[in-house]
Write a protein that binds this ligand. Structure first.
Ligand SMILES: NC(=O)c1ccc[n+]([C@@H]2O[C@H](COP(=O)([O-])OP(=O)(O)OC[C@H]3O[C@@H](n4cnc5c(N)ncnc54)[C@H](OP(=O)(O)O)[C@@H]3O)[C@@H](O)[C@H]2O)c1
Length: 264
C-alpha cells in the first residue's frame, strides 16, 4: 500500500510522533492531531525533515463536536485519509476506590470514544472508496486484567471491541482494520500518567523487553502495510492471551503476583 494521506492522533508525543516520522520517511502527507499545538508543530517539522509533508490540527479529542468539526475541515482541506491511526490515549492506573467518576469518564473518552467518533466521521467515504486502512493502538490491557488499573483496562477492552466490530462491518469492502497491541514503551506516557509505572506488573525483560517509540512505530507501519488483523509486540504476549483464554485463573494469579506489592 502506498500511503499518501495518513492521519495520526496523539501525534504530539511518543508513539504517535515516531509513527508520524516513520510515515514521513515514505513521503506521506501526515495529518497530526493532539491538543498541544507547539509540540505538533515540532513533529510536523520532523516529518518534513524525514522526507514527508505535514499539517497540525490541534484538538481535544474528548470533545465530540470538535472531532466532527475537525474531520469536516480535514476532508475539505486535505481529503479523506488513506490511513487513519487511532493512537491518542491516556490513562492513570489507579485502584477503583481511588478513581473518580471524572477519571473514569476521561479514560473512556480518549482513547475509546475519540477513536469511535473520528472513525465514524471518515468511514463512509473510506468504504465508498473501497481502499485504505484503519488502525487502533492499544496495550495488553485490551485482553488481560491486573489490579489497580480498572478504568484504564475497561477503556482498552472497549477499544479492542470497537476495532473488532469495525473489522466485521468493513469485511469485504476493501478496507483493512488492524489492532496494534504494544507492551511497555519508553515514552513520555509514564510522566503524563503519574503512578502508572509503579503499578505496572513486572515483566521479564528477556521475554518482554521495553520498546522504544521507534520500535512501536515500525510495528504499526509494518502491520498496516501487511494489512494484518492484529499486531502484537513483543510477540510473547500472544502466548499469554492464549493461556488466558484457556486458564484465566492461572493468568490472573500470575498478574496479581507480578503487580508490585505496595500498589496491590
Ligand atoms: N507507552 C506505553 O507503554 C504504551 C504501551 C501500549 C500502548 N500505549 C498506547 O499508545 C498510545 C500512545 O502512547 P504514548 O506512549 O505515545 O503516550 P504519550 O507520549 O503520553 O502520548 C499520548 C498522546 O495522546 C494525546 N492525547 C491524550 N489525550 C488527548 C486528548 N484528549 N485529545 C487529543 N490528544 C490527546 C497526547 O497529546 P496532547 O497531550 O498534546 O493532547 C499525546 O500526543 C496511547 O493510546 C497509549 O495508551 C502506550
Amino acid at each position: 500500500m502506498t500511503a499518501k494521506l495518513v492521519l495520526i492522533t496523539g501525534a504530539s508525543s511518543g508513539i504517535g510522533a515516531a509513527t508520524a516520522r516513520r510515515y514521513g520517511a515514505t513521503g506521506a502527507h501526515v495529518l497530526l492531531l493532539a491538543r498541544n499545538e507547539e509540540r505538533l508543530d515540532r513533529v510536523a517539522e520532523a516529518v518534513r525533515k524525514a522526507g514527508g509533508t505535514a499539517a497540525s490540527y490541534p484538538i481535544d479529542l474528548a470533545d465530540a463536536a470538535a472531532v466532527a468539526e475537525a474531520s469536516a475541515r480535514i476532508a475539505r482541506e486535505a481529503g479523506i485519509p488513506d490511513i487513519l491511526i487511532n493512537n491518542a490515549g491516556a490513562g492513570r492506573w489507579l485502584p477503583i476506590v481511588d478513581t473518580s467518576a471524572e477519571d473514569a469518564r476521561a479514560m473512556i473518552e480518549v482513547p475509546y470514544l475519540a477513536a469511535f467518533n473520528l472513525t465514524r466521521a471518515f468511514l463512509p467515504k473510506m468504504l465508498e472508496r473501497r481502499s485504505g486502512a484503519i488502525a487502533c493502538i492499544t496495550s495488553p490491557g485490551s485482553f488481560i486484567a491486573w489490579p489497580n488499573a480498572a478504568a484504564y483496562i475497561s477503556a482498552r477492552h472497549a477499544l479492542a471491541g470497537f476495532t473488532e466490530a469495525l473489522r466485521s462491518e468493513a469485511k469485504g469492502k476493501g478496507l483493512s482494520v488492524t489492532l496494534v497491541v504494544l507492551g511497555m514503551v519508553e515514552s513520555p506516557y509514564w510522566e503524563h500518567n503519574p503512578g502508572s509505572r509503579e503499578r505496572a506488573p513486572k515483566a521479564n525483560p528477556l521475554l518482554a523487553p521495553m520498546l522504544t517509540p521507534e520500535d512501536a512505530a515500525e510495528a504499526i507501519f509494518a502491520g498496516i502495510e501487511a494489512r494484518k488483523r492484529t499486531v502484537v509486540k513483543p510477540a510473547v504476549f500472544r502466548a499469554l492471551f492464549l493461556l488466558n483464554a484457556l486458564a484465566p485463573q492461572l493468568v490472573a494469579r500470575g498478574l496479581r503476583r507480578a503487580t508490585p506489592k505496595s500498589s496491590a
